[in-house]
Write a protein that binds this ligand. Structure first.
Ligand SMILES: Nc1ncnc2c1ncn2[C@@H]1O[C@H](COP(=O)(O)OP(=O)(O)OP(=O)(O)O)[C@@H](O)[C@H]1O
Ligand SMILES: [Mg+2]
Length: 253
């Protein structure tokens, strides 16, 4: 079973068992693909370096200076750290970004967002041999425009498009909350397009949750089962696979 797992920056680092679950899945013969974010660390470094950015609908507007930081942190620090940790846990992992073999082809949305990519094509050639050799691909969300310009891409969007392109059975978003909450703060077990639109309009579904939900619908439309679960809970991914936890399931699109 091919399972795309998006690891949120906010769930990284603190005594996380998600990587252990991912290694166990691979050892059990599943085909996990990891896509990671790193928003919090990018924000820290942009602040340290005095580079200002702002967010438009959950996407970070990116100028050339900011893009250098995005590449350095995502492809450098976060990706390398994850591959190291998976290796330490006994996994076989290879770190790549969407620039490698033009995995994630993209074009700029608009000048407000600057060097932020909208995905135009996924070339998953590189992923198949890795998966066939029981290697876990670990993907930094950087795309390439016109085979020449790297672009910052939201990691949730990358996870959704990769899941759809490779016909993954599952797409799991590991984040720092139990799933989507409604206006009363209750967990929404199944999120439909209709509920999603209502929650967005009411301003309850917002920020970093918006690209996650939209990416979920992209994958769901392609036939993938999509879940948002709390990656900060011990063994949440394994529990999801065992049917003991479901967070929010995204259906429709
Ligand atoms: N309706 C909602 N239900 C639950 N969380 C919501 C909702 N609307 C917005 N959020 C926010 O979305 C956040 C998760 O998205 P966020 O982008 O911060 O994390 P991530 O995608 O897991 O990590 P990263 O962006 O670093 O990769 C939650 O912590 C919560 O504050
Ligand atoms: Mg996010």
């Amino acid at each position: 079973m091919t399972i795309v797992i998006k690891i949120g920056g906010s769930t990284l680092g603190d005594n996380d068992t998600s990587l252990q679950d991912i290694v166990h899945l691979a050892e059990a013969g599943q085909r996990p693909i990891v896509v990671h974010g790193g928003g919090a660390m990018i924000t820290d470094w942009l602040t340290k370096l005095n580079i200002t950015t702002n967010f438009v609908n959950g996407l970070r507007s990116t100028n050339p200076d900011a893009l250098e930081v995005v590449i350095a942190i995502l492809r450098g620090v976060v990706n390398t750290t994850l591959v190291t940790q998976l290796t330490q846990l006994g996994g076989r992992a290879v770190g790549i970004s969407g620039v490698d073999n033009s995995l994630i082809q993209a074009e700029q949305y608009n000048s407000d967002l600057g060097l932020v990519g909208k995905i135009t094509k996924i070339n998953n050639d590189l992923l198949i041999p890795l998966l066939d050799n029981n290697i876990i691909p670990v993907i930094a969300p950087i795309g390439i425009e016109s085979l020449s310009q790297p672009l910052n891409i939201n990691a949730d969007t990358v996870a959704g498009e990769i899941a759809a392109s490779i016909n993954a059975e599952k797409l799991v978003f590991l984040t720092d909350v139990d799933g989507i909450m409604d206006d009363s703060g209750a967990l929404v077990p199944t999120l439909t397009v209709q509920t999603s639109n209502a929650l967005k309009e009411a301003g309850i579904l917002k920020g970093g949750m918006i690209p996650k939900v939209d990416a979920g619908f992209t994958a769901s439309k392609a036939g993938t089962f999509v879940h948002i679960i709390n990656g900060t809970l011990a063994y949440s991914l394994q529990q999801l696979m065992d049917g003991n936890l479901s967070g929010t399931t995204i259906k429709g699109g």
